[in-house]
Design a protein around this ligand. Sequence first.
Ligand SMILES: Cc1cc2nc3c(=O)[nH]c(=O)nc-3n(C[C@H](O)[C@H](O)[C@H](O)COP(=O)(O)OP(=O)(O)OC[C@H]3O[C@@H](n4cnc5c(N)ncnc54)[C@H](O)[C@@H]3O)c2cc1C
Length: 417
Amino acid sequence: MSGEQAAQDSGAGDGGTPTVWDVVVIGAGPAGASAAHAAAVTGRRVLLLEKAELPRYKTCGGGIIGPSRDALPPGFELPLRERVHAVTFSLNGRLSRTKRSRQMLFGLINRPEFDAALVDAAREAGAEVRTGVTVSRVEQHGPGVPDRRTVAVIVNGSGGAAGKRDEEIVYARSVVGADGSASRIGAHVGVKLDQVDLGLEAEIPVPASVAEDWSGRVLIDWGPLPGSYGWVFPKGDSLTVGVISARGDGGATKRYLDDFIARLGLAGFEPSVSSGHLTRCRADDSPLSRGRVLVCGDAAGLLEPWTREGISYALRSGRLAGEWAVRIAESHDAVDARRQALNYAFAVKAGLGVEMGVGRRMLTLFERRPGLLHAALTTFPPAWRAFAGITRGKRSLAELVRTHPMARRALDSVNRA
Ligand SMILES: Cc1cc2nc3c(=O)[nH]c(=O)nc-3n(C[C@H](O)[C@H](O)[C@H](O)COP(=O)(O)OP(=O)(O)OC[C@H]3O[C@@H](n4cnc5c(N)ncnc54)[C@H](O)[C@@H]3O)c2cc1C
């Protein structure tokens, strides 16, 4: 495509000058909405592109721990469906034990509602939102890119009849890729992964008597496959029941979910939704940017490796990406743009990267000794208090390991073994 044609495709400028957004964000999950909000509050022109119509379903437990709550846009009201005060732990269905807390441990939300509210917050901050728009690729060089400060975002791709292209081009000074775990923008940046898991979930509407039994309480089951676990997260009149395990043996993961549902006595209730989704964790040396394009959230492989908690990672990395995308948009040359992109990577690695490192070690421990973890949480009060503190957001696992010699020694010795 020629530069002239590109200018015409943008359609909005006078005299063939393309309209150039300061920041275009791709994907309107928590990462993208957070990035769009952070960029829009600075007064820049921000466009948020989402392939689905909102509200859209996302396979997710909807657990909102303290770090997620703390990373929400100011004044955002969490649409909580449940406040969790008790956790029942079981070891593959055995040794069930419930731990309770007077203070709320964490909250549960429905993703369609939560994500749509975050997008509303970004819109109120000044971002323009377009839904039903699929980004097929971004281009930073070549004849379709008017100049070196501009990224061409190609939307709606070549989905038409053979050879017929149905493309629109949007121009940006910088782009944030927040398009989830099957990210096209992640592929453009070259994101490298060292862990991929498969999560399976069922949304199960239940009668009031069953819902009452789960009110304010979740269940966490350490599963039969290495590193796997299952959960029941109540949301008023329905339960989100799911399991997660390393990708590779989808049949075994599905059997775990079926057995889990059966032994909870929930097999007689018809799920309203049954779905699966991959989660991905980045390799330590994976890039977080390429040129004027940054990635965040699942698209960047930013996820807690042990719990696979990703909403706080999406919100936190999204906010950082939005802030640094604004600086990249202001960069007049490639050297400055690169400096800002490196600053973004540094900020992510110094915070989320450190937490991921500890999470990886926890996963190793958990894969080898799930029974030890279960025993610690259910019979050793400091372990339960640590769990409660982490879910409430009082401290992170990384801080705990750094400041408690006993926790560090335990992790070191099991990892060495
Ligand atoms: C089974 C399961 C349970 C989970 N439970 C929890 C939990 O309880 N708590 C927790 O914190 N985390 C949980 N997670 C992780 C969490 O769901 C993710 O980490 C989180 O959704 C990441 O947010 P995101 O914005 O990066 O991506 P997403 O939420 O996936 O959003 C990406 C968006 O990009 C859009 N998109 C994709 N491609 C394109 C394109 N080409 N063009 C335009 N738009 C596009 C998608 O439609 C989507 O709206 C769970 C994950 C799984 C699989």
